[in-house]
Design a protein around this ligand. Sequence first.
Ligand code: UDP
Length: 328
Amino acid sequence: MKVLVTGGAGYIGSVVAEELLQAGHQAVVFDNLSRGHRQAVPKNAELVVGDLANRDCLDQLLRSRAIDAVMHFAALIEAGESMKAPEEFFRNNTANALTLLEAMLAARVKRFVFSSTAALFGDPERTPIEEDDPVHPTNAYGESKLLVERILAWFHQIHGLRYASLRYFNAAGASRPDKGEAHQPETHLIPRILEVALGRAEHVNIFGTDYPTPDGTCIRDYIHVSDLARAHLLALEAIENSSPLIYNLGNGQGFSVRQVVEVARKVTGHPIPVIESPRRAGDPAVLIASSEKIRRDLGWQPRFPDLKTIVESAWQWHRTQPDGYGRH
Ligand code: UDP
């Protein structure tokens, strides 16, 4: 298939683009490079620099490249930031996704794989979280993605769109020593910790120590980026036969912020000083996935479920490429 990968210059999208190529598909990356990096795009993928808000550009692209399927990664992702400027998240994540879906409808492209998020669930009523559990986001980021899931359900029902929505828990790790996470600014826990180990920051802030968890810090389910990528390929194949497909993606095991810091101390041999800080707005206390459904339906199995392995792979990337992809 010829797959349009929006956000394919970003952390997860670029790994998926590479896996698509390895599986014999073609990948056209569409990215405005506001957060992504030209160097992250696989060599055999075409890169089109453009913005999702530009409907004409999308119309032209979908038709001229005879796109068969769209994988949509391009989005703003910092949950904390979404509680300061929600409008940017609804514009970039929700409105732009609608523009993309309208362009797909006009070009008769019927296959869509969506980067969704555990942030849909807010403070879950039970753990691990299953796909049909109630959704009530506690931050605008989660709401901006939930709105897209709702649009997708209507597009499926009314226009016959075939889609998969993959709800990532905490994507982490590096697929190769020269391919990893490089957000600007970086807000995610593991890279922030590793910046300290690299000597680029003096300490890491722990956002909130009074959560109702055993050590008072938030618990998350970290999943290796290559395991996430694999799920996208399985989903792309599976929507031919069954749609919609909605899956939670995690390892089913939660680690507190303090536990992640401890693992990183072991991996790096650095003391990694911490400063206990106030809570970050909108953070749920505990997010742990049940991924039984995708295991059962598609035979997905994480290859790197161990947190130490995940942190080691991230550390290799940050150590060998301390400047990430540079400024591009
Ligand atoms: N966190 C933290 N210090 C940081 C960055 C994150 O304590 O410098 C916490 C954050 O509050 C959350 C967890 O680590 O509880 C994971 O945050 P991250 O931003 O990596 O991912 P999110 O869960 O928001 O998608």
